[in-house]
Design a protein around this ligand. Structure first.
Ligand code: WTA
Length: 629
């Protein structure tokens, strides 16, 4: 279903609320099902239990690939642009991509991977990453993609939690002017995962890497012998499609579980309606497949719609800050979807890198992952979109599977820094502090969703209670997003940011407890508290207050060790921007850290610390202030 005007948006929206089942049934009918569903929806938000299209059987890869072969077999499905502009790009037609996916699926099968088995994918942004994801889906294995910037410890945690049988990885990766080891990180991770039976290794850099006898297999040496066809496994609509780990307010990332039928229907529907692609247009999402945006809008959403999706191996600033714009001109990209942090970072180089390129192919721009400030929005609109491209500001989460609140390109109006209106089928509400729904407009509250949608989180892997606790217990009867939002007089939503202990760094989520746990493993560290603070490029930065033994002694070394501990346990992306060694933390008499005070200090608002007299030891605040001022 494709909505083409503001009037029809309103009409369709109302229908989707008055009869959600008919609405979704109609959309679901547009796909290839091996067997039709018996029941559209069965749900309660108390357990919670949400089931869409029960009894239906399908394979998402048949919908991504096979069903396009007749009409679009020779159309380009995937364009891959390498890190180095001097290297050759690669293109795959739908026919070729199907064959590659089948080869990889056959390889996995030959290594004993069966329906329901978990496969961890730790690969850089090369075509084989997409191919591996789809190959898992082809045979009904559950993929768990781990972003290739995460540390060995992070991989180990995720592999253990999912009990993955197989890991797919590469020798190394290209990142701007540098090359980095990848397989070595996996080897270190798997020291604590003896149950992993196979490691499939892709040669990206041509490095010689140690291969463990009986466990490691070269993809390059085995893949060509694999047949280019394999029947797609028949999956129940509610069978697991993938697990994707994301941070929450507790110390351990949780495995968000998505299922086959609902995820397919929702990502396809939202891609079509938000981006409004036309046949033959080139679409580019800059997100890594290691994050949910890469899953839903680099791989599944575009392929389900038979679009051409572009994948870029490199970084926006190498060889220079014009790299994105050069790629847009090179391929004539029409739809460009990126993160506010990338926009802010490129904006800091001024207009010169942009002026070298025409960018005339652009028709639609998009942002995702964090609130976009008006200044960055305007720069994007004027200098990249040349004031003619609508910007879709898409609000959603790993847990929602797809875009929830967003304008639709050229259909519903954009408004700077606002995600605007919910998509048809989505029923957001704002709740006040007492958990009551705020009906009127011109308000602010906790953002919740009151009715299920097909691609919503089903459970957190291996721990359903955690799913209930995190998302369904704060406000009975609602899915709680963890975000605060405003709603203007016209009903447009503006997302303010997280209201829980999650820090959004460059669009990537980290729990404060997760970072504190990592810091606490460093030598001489007694206790730590981490808060977010406004950061010009990253949106939010990480500010750590750490109590160490003898802070006056070897302070530089302590700070370096703390950085190292975070890099080791999580990855470079979570490295604190500021570390202050302190004697004590502001605590209440019952021992609870007053984060409110630390946040104010991190924001530099020293005058607005509020009442500190209720602290166990008000003196610690003076000590901290003396260090940071
Ligand atoms: C934030 C990324 C403002 C929000 C798809 C959410 C946004 C978290 C927007 C999810 C947006 C995402 N405007 N904030 N357009 N999009 N967020 O799971 O705080 O990596 O809860 O999913 O990012 O991050 P996640």
């Amino acid at each position: 279903m494709r909505i083409k005007s503001l009037e029809s948006y309103k009409e369709v929206y109302n229908k989707s609320v008055s009869n959600p089942e008919a609405f979704w049934e109609d959309i679901a009918s547009g796909f290839t099902w091996k067997q039709k569903w018996d029941k559209v929806l069965d749900w309660n938000f108390t357990e919670p239990s949400v089931k869409w299209f029960q009894g239906g059987k399908l394979n998402i890869t048949e919908n991504c690939l096979d069903r396009h072969i007749e009409t679009k077999g020779h159309h380009t499905a995937l364009i891959w642009e390498p890190n180095d502009p001097k290297e050759k790009s690669r293109k795959y037609t739908y026919q070729e991509l199907l064959e590659e996916v089948c080869r990889m699926a056959n390889l996995l099968k030959a290594q004993g991977v069966k329906k329901g088995d978990r496969v961890c994918i730790y690969l850089p942004m090369v075509p084989e990453l997409m191919i591996s994801v789809l190959a898992c889906a082809r045979i009904g294995a559950v993929h768990s993609v781990v972003f290739a910037g995460f540390s060995a410890q992070s991989i180990a945690d995720r592999v253990q939690d999912a009990q993955a049988k197989v890991v797919i990885t590469s020798d190394g990766l290209n990142r701007g002017s540098r090359q980095q080891a990848v397989k070595r990180v996996v080897d270190e991770a798997l020291e604590t995962c003896p149950f992993v039976e196979r490691v499939l290794v892709l040669n990206v850099l041509g490095w010689e890497v140690p291969m463990q006898e009986g466990r490691d297999i070269s993809i390059n040496e085995t893949i060509q012998a694999m047949p280019s066809w394999i029947e797609a496994e028949s999956m129940d609509a509610e069978d697991m499609l993938f697990i994707l780990y994301t941070s929450g307010s507790t110390g351990k990332p949780k495995g968000v579980v998505h299922t086959c039928g609902g995820y397919m229907v929702y990502t396809a529907y939202t891609f079509l309606n938000v981006f409004q692609p036309e046949p033959h247009e080139i679409y580019w999402c800059t997100a890594d497949v290691g994050w949910v945006t890469g899953h839903s809008y680099l791989v599944y959403g575009p392929l389900l719609n038979g679009a051409t999706t572009l994948m870029f191996e490199g970084v926006p600033t190498w060889p220079d800050a014009g790299r994105f714009w050069q790629i847009i001109d090179k391929y004539g990209v029409n739809i460009f979807y990126t993160a506010p942090t990338a926009i802010r970072s490129l904006m800091s180089f001024g207009e010169d890198p942009v002026l070298n390129y025409s960018l005339h192919s652009l028709k639609v721009l998009g942002t995702v992952g964090e609130p976009i400030n008006e200044e960055a929005w305007k720069w994007y609109f004027v200098h990249i979109g040349k004031e003619k491209c609508p910007i879709v500001d898409t609000w959603w989460q790993t847990e929602t599977g797809g875009i929830m609140i967003s304008n639709m390109a050229g259909v519903t109006p954009h408004k700077p820094a606002h995600a605007t209106l919910p998509l048809p089928g989505i029923q957001p509400v704002l709740l006040n502090g007492e958990g009551k729904v705020i009906e009127e407009n011109g308000v602010e509250g906790y953002l919740c969703i009151r009715f299920p949608w097909p691609s919503m989180i089903r459970t957190t892997y291996g721990d359903h209670e955690r799913c209930r606790q995190t998302y369904f217990s704060n406000y009975a009867g609602y899915y709680f997003t963890g975000d605060g939002a405003k709603r203007d007089e016209q009903g447009n939503y503006r997302i303010i940011g997280r209201v829980d202990d999650v820090i959004n760094v460059s669009g990537h989520r980290f729990g404060t407890a997760e970072i504190e746990n990592a810091i606490n493993t460093a030598p001489e560290v007694l206790e730590s508290a981490v808060v977010g603070f406004p950061h010009d490029i990253k949106g939010q930065g990480i500010y750590a207050f750490v109590i160490v033994n003898n802070p006056e002694q070897d302070a530089d070394m302590r700070v370096a060790e703390i950085q190292e501990a975070v890099v080791k346990h999580i990855g470079k992306i979570a490295r604190p921007d500021k570390i202050i060694l302190v004697k004590g933390l502001p605590k209440t008499r019952s021992g609870k850290i007053m984060r409110r005070i630390l946040r104010k200090i991190a924001e530099g608002e020293f005058q607005q610390l509020g009442d500190t007299t209720s602290l166990l030891d008000p003196g610690v605040v003076e000590d901290i202030l003396a260090k940071v001022r």
